[in-house]
Design a protein around this ligand. Structure first.
Ligand code: GCU
Length: 137
């Protein structure tokens, strides 16, 4: 299946700013999470079918400390996702986690859980893994 994705700068930002001062991002920039617990980026992914998806977050973390977040789908099924240092703010890497999405719009919210806030967030993409849910259209 084709990757569905959304740029962080097109998502709903809760405590953070869209910036473009570190090269290597896709789209028009990235979100610089505020350095507080609870800063967030809420993406919307319009899944073609329900089922397990790989959610891949592209990010940079120019520090040596992890910038973990809690990822929820439509507010539930929280899972911790680690964003370790990438060596430089211009070095972008990905972390992938698996989550069940439903057909239609899914709110994928990544909320920082430490006082350092989240990493610089570029985008999220989702790819269906395994069979789609057998849902009536
Ligand atoms: C620096 C860097 C930002 C980054 C911030 C942070 O200020 O320029 O892009 O978001 O550190 O530590 O979160």
């Amino acid at each position: 299946a084709a990757a569905l994705e959304q740029e962080a700068e097109d998502a709903v930002v809760g405590q953070g700013v869209v910036e473009s001062n570190w090269a290597g991002f896709s789209g028009r920039g990235f979100v610089n999470y505020d350095n507080v617990i609870g800063s967030s980026v809420e993406y919307t992914i319009n899944a073609e079918s329900g089922g397990e998806h790989d959610l891949t977050f592209r990010y940079a973390n120019g520090t040596t400390a992890d910038r973990p977040v809690s990822v929820t789908v439509d507010g539930v099924n929280a899972q911790a996702v680690s964003f370790p240092g990438t060596g430089a703010w211009t070095t972008w890497q990905t972390r992938t986690v698996r989550a069940v999405l439903h057909a239609g719009a899914n709110r994928i919210k990544a909320t920082s859980t430490t006082v350092n806030g989240g990493p610089n967030a570029d985008k999220v993409s989702a790819v269906l893994v395994g069979p789609p849910d057998d849902e009536a259209p």
